[in-house]
Ligand binder design. Structure first.
Ligand code: EPU
Length: 419
């Protein structure tokens, strides 16, 4: 199992370009099941979760050709039962349920895997499919699903679940009926999937809002698509620049997708400088202060839960008390005990809330990455800590960050991968 050896204390400096959005690439790869025509995807991040998603596609009979960040997908699916081993590697594999139902009107899939950050149920997915006329049994080891009736549907999502919204979109795009989704998730990656489905032939109104109206067609066409930039990766590099007292110019961003992280950074006195809509320079100029209010995750466009772990690390470098609150995932904050071990002054109030008292100097430690986002947060902590750190379970970080050690090294970081 690979690990990172990191010597802290070097300010990150230079230029970095942001990769394609992981959580857009995954549903978009699933969406290629919906057509037998060729699909060409650009700006696909080369990360482990994408590899797993493409492996499932191949397992289903599609042909996949990878050339750098471009992926060509061709052919038709030959069966509707993706491999249990592959499906268990990531949460996003549940998106093949919507895609296979859309294409074949039936599917048989085992429970998805994914980062252990909370309960992560499938009840909203079940509500969605049942509401769309699918017979689905989640009580057995293998989930068997078949579309028993094509009908107009009105769906109200009890929680604005990202993957449940995407599953609804994948099926609805193939139904020659009207589907309305209220309280839909409206993250940029959901919008990117919807935009792709429109290019493939579906009609979708309300993209980017929490009410989607879809009229589909079973004959969707092939598509060429450039995947949107990853706002979480951009926010991560912004935080890394500030934590290491560095100066990074971050390219290939979407400025409007970074409003909330920037809002909190401004409250802390960091003032990221947007050069234009696709470039931001983040330069540490003076000690940060705790924001005057709590940092709380929100539904889009609120503060993204996937940036909370790096943000907690940043607050260790802000003078005063910061309350950080992630109501969405019960285990998001568990990694904070590792920061405490590095010297951070953090009171863990309950599974969802921590109070961070900064500024503290961190010291290097032997750590293990518990999940993707906590893993990158620990990398940032190690990059600014005194001395050496070892971070085990590097592959968890590779799930979502392309070539992270090389890219950090290009900014001056002292980080080495050990197999
Ligand atoms: N939830 C349910 N039942 C469901 C679905 C969700 O109770 O059927 C709950 C979850 O337990 C959680 C909340 O609703 O409390 C949000 O879950 P959601 O379904 O939105 O999460 P997800 O679709 O599984 C996606 C991202 C996650 C990201 C969340 C929230 C993908 C592939 N994953 O997960 O990304 O944290 O939305 O924005 O899009 C990551 O990239 O590190 C990551 C975990």
């Amino acid at each position: 199992m690979s690990k990172f050896n990191i010597i802290g204390g070097t300010p990150l400096q230079g230029e970095i370009s942001i990769s394609g959005n992981k959580n857009a690439a995954l549903p978009i790869i699933a969406a290629t099941v919906l057509t037998d025509e060729d699909c060409v995807l650009h700006n696909v991040p080369q990360i482990l979760d994408v590899k797993s998603m493409l492996a499932i596609l191949e397992n289903l009979g599609k042909k996949v050709q990878i050339g750098g960040n471009t992926v060509k997908i061709s052919g038709a699916v030959t069966h509707t039962t993706p491999s249990q081993v592959l499906v268990s590697k990531l949460r996003a594999s549940i998106l093949y349920l919507g895609a296979l139902l859309g294409k074949c009107r039936e599917a048989e899939i085992t429970p998805p895997g994914g980062c252990v950050i909370g309960k992560r149920g499938l009840d909203i997915h079940s509500d969605v499919f049942t509401g769309m006329g699918v017979h689905l049994d989640l009580s057995t080891i293998t989930y068997k699903a078949n579309l028993s009736e094509e009908k107009d549907s009105y769906l109200f999502l009890q929680e604005a679940s990202v993957t449940a919204t995407e599953n609804a979109l994948l099926l609805a795009a193939t139904l020659p009926k009207q589907t309305i989704i209220d309280n839909a998730a409206c993250e940029p990656h959901v919008g990117d999937l919807a935009g792709l489905l429109v290019k493939m032939g579906a009609t979708i109104e309300g993209i980017g809002t929490n009410r989607l109206k879809i009229k589909g067609t079973q004959k969707l066409r092939g598509v060429e698509h450039h995947i949107v930039s990853d706002n979480i990766e951009a926010g991560t590099f912004m935080i890394a620049a500030l934590c290491t007292q560095g100066d990074i110019t971050i390219k290939n961003i979407v400025k409007k997708h970074l409003i909330t992280p920037t809002f909190y950074m401004n409250l802390m006195g960091a003032n990221p400088e947007f050069i234009d809509d696709t470039t931001v320079r983040v330069r540490y100029t003076s000690p940060l202060k705790a924001p005057s209010r709590k940092i709380q995750v929100g539904l889009w466009p609120g503060f993204p839960t996937d940036l909370m772990s790096p943000m907690v690390v940043l607050t260790t470098q802000a003078e005063g008390n910061t309350l950080c609150h992630d109501w969405m995932f019960e285990a998001r904050m568990f990694f904070c005990d590792k920061l405490v071990g590095m010297g951070a002054n953090i009171t863990i109030c309950d599974p969802h809330r921590v109070i961070v008292n900064g500024i503290t100097r961190l010291k290097g430690q032997h750590l293990s990455s518990p999940d993707l986002r906590a893993g990158i947060a620990l990398v940032i902590a190690a990059l600014m800590a005194d001395g050496c750190s070892i971070i085990d379970n590097a592959s968890l970080i590779d799930r979502g960050y392309e070539n992270i050690d090389n890219r950090l090294r290009s900014l001056g970081a002292k980080i080495q991968r050990e197999a």
